[in-house]
Every structure is written in structure tokens, then in C-alpha cells.
Design a protein around this ligand. Structure first.
Ligand SMILES: Cc1ncc(COP(=O)(O)O)c(C=O)c1O
Length: 332
């Protein structure tokens, strides 16, 4: 279980009285992707799979390759050449077959699709195997349990393939069906990047499915998904909960990442930072009100993205005195 942290200072800064961060940066491999891997890999082993294959933007591949190593399963992982280097290293260290593609996750998906057919591998792609989502669902179960079985007003989630959001929605529906919680569903918010916002565009146009987003680019690599297989499920979850979808620029994410480190002592990933910017914007617009209980998913640890922060601290010659004036070290 990851902590649901009340963020008082950031909340004051956004004029939100009940702002929480569900901090997924603390789980093994540093992102929420380990939740899907824990269930998906366990189930694959149970049903007798020997080798699984998946396309990834990095974090899922790292989680699945390492969990599979523990389970004694072989893995073939294909990721974009530009994916965060640390995830490439995690996969390689696990002993998995690692391939890089000069393209996006959608290109990696096509390669995996062919490899699955040619070599009879188990396809662990998002929503092609049924158990990953059961792992993601636990985020929704935990949020409600940590709020003493109360449903929050709003949940914001950085959305790429959308499985986390679909999983949270599934968890909440099941809890209601079981009679463990009552009341209104939270308004679910899918947060994307302005450099890759197919679901936002579809939501703005009132469509049920998204279109492929050409030349997508964002430093929040986990949400660089030009066309999600489960886009219709994400949109369904948004429409059914009176939620919304919103796109955030890379520059704003980086500023929010710094603000959160400064105010709350937490170094979060750019995807999580995007979701916090979204909360800020929606509060400014009045879509979220001051007394709403707002849960933002920080889907991973900032230390998995060392290159998003570029500081040039001063190097002291040994006997130099430290000049204690405040400096802005960030280069924006
Ligand atoms: C850190 C991080 N956040 C968010 C996402 C998006 O997750 P989902 O596929 O559930 O939308 C990813 C996916 O790679 C990720 O790595």
C-alpha cells in the first residue's frame, strides 16, 4: 500500500483544502507499473506461461522484466529508443531480451504483435492480457480505504494507455456493487500532455474513441501514447462520472515538479506533476471547488527521470566561504 499524503502547503497554494497525493513512487521499480506486473506475472506463471512479450514506454517493461525474473519467466521487451535510460538498464539487468525501436510505443507494439505470432509468446501488452488491470485496480481500492471508505470528489490521473484510470474506475464500481461504499462516483480526470493529447481531443469533441496523434512528443514519457487500445474505456469512465480530460505543457510540468519538491519535499515524476498542474488549472476555472476532496496520482518517482532537472550548482574551491544568498538553480 502506498501512502495517501495530505499536501497542506501545496493545497493552500492552489486554494484546495483537501488535496492528497497517492504516491506511487515508493513501490518497487519506482512506478505504479509494478502493481500490474505483480498480478500479471503471477497469473502468467500460474497458467503455465514460459515467455511473455510486451511493448512499453519504459516503466512497465522494467517492472514486468524484474517481476518475471523473480518468477523465473523469460521476457521480450520492446521500447522506444528515447525511453528513459534507467528503464532500459532495469530491463537489461533482469536478463530479459531487450529491443529498442526508432519510433514510438505504437511501433514497438507492432513488433511485439509479430514476435508473439512468430514465436508463440504470451502477449502481455496493455489490455491484451486480462490481469494487469486487476493489479492497477488496487490503486482505487487503496484510495477509498485510506479515506475511511469515503469516495473523493475528484481523482486526477496522468493518462497514456489509460489502464490506471480504467482500473480505478473498475475498483470503485465493484466496491459500490459490493455495498462497501455509497454515494456519488468521483469525477475522473484524464491528464495528458499538449504534445500528445488524443483522449483530450476526443473528449472535447464528444467522441467515443480517439484518433492517432501524429508526431507526439513530451518529456512525460509514460503518457506519450498516440492511440490507446482502451481509449473508449477511458472516455466511457470520464463521461459516466462527469469527469473531464485536460492537456498540460511540458514547461508547466517542470515548474510544478520544482514547486512540489520545494513546498512538500517530494521529488515526483513529470507525469505526476502534469496531474498536479491539471488540479491547479481546474481549481482556477472553478471546475474543482475549494472544499472538494481531491486525489492526485503521482505515478512514479522523480529520480527515474534524472534528465528533466538541469542544475548547475557552484563548485567551491576548498577554502572558499559559502555565500548564503538564495539562488535559483533551475535553468528555466
Ligand atoms: C510514470 C507513468 N505515469 C503514467 C503512465 C500512464 O499510465 P497508463 O498507461 O495507465 O495511462 C505511465 C505509463 O507508462 C508511466 O510510466
Amino acid at each position: 500500500m502506498t501512502p495517501l499524503l495530505p499536501l497542506q502547503k501545496l493545497g493552500e497554494d492552489m486554494s484546495l483544502k483537501k488535496l492528497y497525493m497517492k504516491d506511487e513512487g515508493l513501490i518497487p521499480t519506482g512506478t505504479f507499473k509494478a502493481r500490474g506486473a505483480a498480478v500479471g506475472v503471477s497469473k502468467a506463471k500460474e497458467v503455465g506461461v514460459h515467455e511473455l512479450a510486451m511493448p512499453t514506454n519504459g516503466n512497465a517493461g522494467a517492472a514486468w522484466a524484474l517481476y518475471a525474473a523473480r518468477a523465473g519467466l523469460k521476457t521480450t521487451i520492446v521500447m522506444p529508443n528515447d525511453a528513459p535510460k534507467i528503464t532500459r538498464n532495469e530491463v537489461a539487468l533482469s536478463g530479459a531480451n531487450l529491443y529498442l525501436v526508432n519510433g514510438l510505443i505504437s511501433d514497438a507494439g507492432k513488433i511485439v504483435g509479430k514476435a508473439v505470432k512468430d514465436y508463440q509468446l504470451y502477449d502481455a501488452s496493455t489490455l491484451k492480457e486480462p490481469y494487469r488491470i486487476e493489479g492497477k485496480k488496487t490503486m482505487g481500492l487503496e484510495i477509498v480505504e485510506q479515506l475511511n471508505w469515503e469516495i473523493p470528489d475528484v481523482i486526477l490521473y496522468p493518462t497514456g494507455g489509460g489502464v490506471g484510470l480504467i482500473g480505478i474506475y473498475k475498483a470503485l464500481r465493484e466496491l459500490k456493487e459490493l455495498g462497501w461504499v455509497e454515494g456519488k462516483m468521483p469525477r475522473l480526470v484524464a491528464v495528458q500532455s499538449t504534445g500528445c493529447a488524443p483522449i483530450v481531443k476526443a473528449w472535447e469533441e464528444g467522441k467515443k474513441e480517439s484518433e492517432f496523434w501524429d508526431d507526439s512528443e513530451t518529456l512525460a514519457f509514460g503518457i506519450n501514447v498516440p492511440k490507446a487500445l482502451g481509449d473508449f474505456l477511458v472516455l466511457d469512465a470520464i463521461y459516466n462520472t462527469s469527469g473531464c480530460a485536460i492537456a498540460i505543457g511540458d514547461e508547466s510540468m517542470i515548474q510544478e515538479q520544482e514547486r512540489i519538491a520545494h513546498l512538500e519535499g517530494s521529488f515526483i515524476c513529470p507525469e505526476g506533476a502534469a496531474a498536479f498542474v491539471a488540479a491547479r488549472r481546474l481549481r482556477e476555472k472553478g471546475w474543482i471547488s475549494e472544499n472538494d476532496t481531491v486525489v492526485v496520482l503521482n505515478t512514479g518517482a522523480g529520480i527515474k527521470y534524472p534528465n528533466t532537472v538541469n542544475i548547475e550548482p557552484e563548485i567551491l574551491q576548498k577554502p572558499d566561504k559559502i555565500i548564503r544568498e538564495k539562488k535559483n538553480l533551475m535553468n528555466h
